[in-house]
Design a protein around this ligand. Structure first.
Ligand SMILES: [Zn+2]
Length: 833
């Protein structure tokens, strides 16, 4: 293998070659194999990836798909007593998801024992004494989860998983044996198997053409695309649910390492520590342990000869809902690495000029030396094997730390759980109350179900409580001027908590998770050197009760303590559904009753040339609510009369439209997106009585094309003057409008670099406006004055039909259940068949 690479090496490949050798030496080093203990395995009895696939995964222009990956793991399971493959559920499109448990044979034979130890360490209430704690720490193993290629175009790690597993299954060097004896590895070859095949099929289809190495045109997760890594507190997707169960009900890993790739032209490898701001609910001990592992990775990869390793940049820990951030709120260490991408499995060339132009938070240029980027890469050919080499080393860094400091990891994990049970500093805060009888039963059921699924304890109050005081929750913004008031349904009501209410106590091992989900986020106002807003890595606010439209209150000063007689632990969403007389989950199919009138024919626009995550989430929400619809692509809208087939058409948020009519066709494709003719067809559709529903980014083109009397006051405004990157804002709703049926006057809406309209035409019916004051509820809003009292939701009559324009995102990432009913109300304005 090495000789073949040498034959076509370049200056850059010399570096790559060295690293590949070092990376393999870390695990294989068969020359030094020691076979003295019973745990050693004759390496030749284990099938190598090369012997099975005919090439080493990671080699240029090779790819293995999900079937090949799972077949290989099945072989390892059979051949090696160090590997046990377990089925962890099915994917959205029905593929089998797997995790390979890898450890020493004596550990593999006793997995139930180690699971029991983990369950106790995760919940210190189950540990009766310090002596028992010490015993658990002495006997337990560090449980490490490594997950590959959740983002399917970041494909190399999925290929790497076979080599990592092989090397651990076959190598007998002392450090590998120490890893096997002291750790239990949960290796997830991919948490998105559907996407591995979407990418592998696309790669094979375009292989040898100009499009080789391009991304597939569709979303690589059926609903979420790239947002499959934005679901880890919401648990909408089957994949997220399966792994959440594996992690936070079964294995409680101390370390979760999520392997990603980033763009091609910047640093070669990002490893933690992360950038600012940190989430205030992540324990300092976790952040320090994250930094330790990141620096170990950086040192090992640098020692192996790699250049361009970056720490303390771009990626932050503020936002909650990612694969490696959810662990922080389960007292676990979450690690992310981001290798520079090639072109899928095809090498790419990166010039010095491209590197010099690449900058991000914490890195002025990918050519500039700094303390957190001491050794820039000089450019040249970048190969999948470079990516794989670094990832293999990083996996080894994690595993060797986990093995060598096993007792520290176990003890720290236990102590963090214990901290969640410690006396609260403020005597006022006992927990959160979700009071009975507030309506929005589906939202309440989903929210509690989701909390319970991720290991948060929620109790039902079976008997009312008296003599309690329920305080409103107040959070001050950093400028000290405004307050966010968490208005509760029974605030100021009778001093009694009604039976059937739900209580989430703060005294639980996952206290930080409760706080991070229930409290309003107060994102710091951060500015770049040129005065623009410094973009957070993801969104700034996500407070769950707000996005879900569920009333909660901070529970304080109970004079009559709740006891076991009054409290029942909720086990699943179905427990809540029973309480609220909702239909139960009996299979994977959502039991929610379709809120749309029968006979209305609905189309959801789908750009078939480039995946749109907002479109995917729209389909998710429609499927979750059992609302029937058809996807209509640009050909349908551009070339046919939609009124013949549809009564309501939804245009998900999409801002990528670049004058499709003037675009010269590329690569044999015709124009992209909805054309002028398509908008003319949509105008005819509305005039004939249709309902056109536009979400956020799709409004601009409709306003322009149909000459609607609305103006987005935020268009063209600089981020120094206005900025709101994913936050929850207050809207005031005209509840007399049919579009607001069953909604409240004061509501929360999701704004993510969205719009705000004004009009001078009284034929625009204003359904909702952003708040007159205290607009920000959770997240970050700079320049509140520009948005105050501006239109958030409008209806414009046209001919016999209407256009409904959402300035915000009513179904953002399947999380904003509070505003879903606006969508159903809009559709229900249609007359249907
Ligand atoms: Zn990624």
């Amino acid at each position: 293998m090495h000789r073949r690479l040498v034959n076509r090496r370049t200056v850059n490949a010399t570096v790559a070659l060295t690293i590949i050798f070092v990376a393999s030496a870390v695990f294989t080093g068969a020359v030094h194999a020691q076979r003295r203990t019973a745990a050693t395995t004759p390496a030749n009895s284990i099938p190598s990836p090369k012997s099975v696939f005919g090439f080493d995964p990671g080699q240029d222009r090779t790819i293995i798909d999900w079937k090949q990956i799972t077949d290989y793991f099945a072989r390892l399971d059979k051949a090696s007593d160090r590997v046990q493959v377990t089925n962890i559920g099915t994917s959205t499109l029905g593929r089998q998801m797997i995790a390979a448990i890898i450890s020493a044979p004596e550990n593999i034979r006793n997995l139930d024992k180690y699971k029991a130890i983990q369950a106790k360490l995760a919940d210190p209430r189950k540990v009766v004494s310090d002596a028992e704690r010490d015993e658990l720490v002495r006997d337990g193993k560090t449980v490490v989860a490594i997950s590959c290629s959740i983002h399917s175009t970041e494909i190399v790690a999925s290929q790497m998983s076979t080599r990592l597993a092989y090397e651990l299954a076959s190598d007998n060097r002392p450090d590998t044996l120490a890893i096997l004896q002291n750790t239990i590895l949960i290796l997830i070859p991919s948490p998105n198997p559907d996407g591995v095949d979407i990418v592998a099929n696309h790669y094979r289809k375009t292989f040898g053409t100009n499009a080789e190495g391009s991304s597939p045109p569709e979303l690589y997760h059926y609903y979420a695309g790239h947002d499959d890594n934005r679901d880890w507190f919401m648990l909408d997707l089957k994949e997220t649910k399966n792994i959440t169960r594996l992690f936070w009900k079964e294995w409680f890993p101390q370390i979760v390492y999520d392997i990603h790739q980033q763009g091609s032209n910047g640093s070669r490898f990002f490893v933690p520590p992360f950038y600012d701001p940190p989430n205030p609910h992540i324990n300092a001990l976790l952040l320090r342990q994250v930094g330790l592992i990141g620096h170990k990775m950086a040192a090992d990869v640098t020692a192996a000869g790699y250049r361009g390793i970056l720490t303390n940049a771009l990626y932050d820990t503020w936002w909650h809902g990612g694969f490696r951030t959810a662990p922080y709120f389960h007292n676990s260490i979450g690690i992310l690495t981001e290798a520079a991408s090639a072109r899928l499995m095809t090498p790419s060339n990166v010039t010095r000029e491209q590197l010099a132009r690449s900058s991000t938070r914490g890195m002025n240029s990918a050519m500039e030396v700094s303390t957190n980027f001491p050794n820039p890469w000089a450019g040249g050919t970048w190969r999948p094997s470079d990516i794989m080499g670094m990832e293999l080393i990083a996996c080894h860094s994690v595993l060797s730390l986990a093995a060598n400091y096993r007792a520290d990891y176990l003890r720290n994990f236990y102590e963090l759980g214990k901290a969640g049970l410690a006396q609260l500093t403020s005597a006022d805060s006992l927990g959160y109350l979700i009071s009975a009888g507030q309506g929005r039963d589906e939202n309440v059921a989903k929210m509690i179900g989701t909390l319970v699924e991720q290991g948060v304890e929620v109790y039902r109050l079976d008997k009312e409580l008296h003599g309690s005081a329920v305080a409103q929750y107040l959070a001050k913004l950093p400028n000290g001027k405004r307050e966010i008031t968490y208005v509760g349904a029974i605030a100021g009501g009778p001093p009694e908590i009604p039976a059937g209410s739900y209580v989430v106590f703060l005294n639980q091992p996952y206290r930080q998770n409760v706080l991070a989900l229930f409290e309003p986020q107060v994102y710091p106002d951060r500015t770049t050197a040129n005065g623009e807003a410094e973009r957070p890595y993801d969104v700034a606010g996500w407070t769950l009760p707000m996005s879900m439209g569920v009333n909660t209150q901070l529970l304080t000063n109970l004079t009559e303590p709740p006891n076991e007689r009054k409290l029942t632990l909720i086990k699943s969403e179905n427990d809540v559904r029973k309480d609220l007389a909702l239909p139960l989950w009996t299979s994977d199919k959502s039991p929610i009753v379709n809120p749309v009138k029968p006979g209305i024919r609905i189309a959801v626009y789908q750009n078939s040339r480039s995946g749109n995550m907002d479109e995917g989430w729209t389909r998710y929400v429609f499927d979750a609510f059992n609302v029937p619809y058809k996807s209509a692509n640009e050909t349908v809208l551009n070339d046919t009369d939609p009124s013949a087939n549809f009564d309501a058409i939804v245009l998900p948020s999409e801002q990528t439209r670049a004058n499709p009519d003037s675009d010269a066709p590329t690569q044999g494709e015709t124009a992209r997106g909805i054309s002028d003719k398509g908008y003319a067809n949509l105008a005819k559709f509305v005039e004939g009585g249709g309902t056109l529903i536009c979400f956020d980014g799709s409004c601009a083109a409709v306003i322009k094309q149909m000459k609607l009397p609305l103006r987005n006051v935020l268009a063209g405004v600089r981020s120094s003057d206005f900025y709101c990157p994913g936050s929850i804002l207050r809207i005031n709703v005209d509840t007399a409008n049919p579009l607001a049926r069953a909604m409240s006057k004061d509501m929360d809406a999701y704004f993510i670099n969205s719009s705000a309209f004004e009009t001078t035409d009284n034929k625009v019916q204003v359904v909702a406006r952003y708040g007159k004051d205290d607009v920000l509820r959770s997240g970050w809003l700079r320049g509140e004055d520009r948005i105050k009292d501006k239109i958030a939701l409008a209806e414009v009559a046209m001919g016999k039909g209407r256009i409904v324009l959402f300035a915000f995102r009513p179904q953002h990432r399947g999380q904003t259940w509070g505003t879903f009913p606006f969508i159903w109300n809009a559709i229900n304005l249609s007359s249907g068949q």
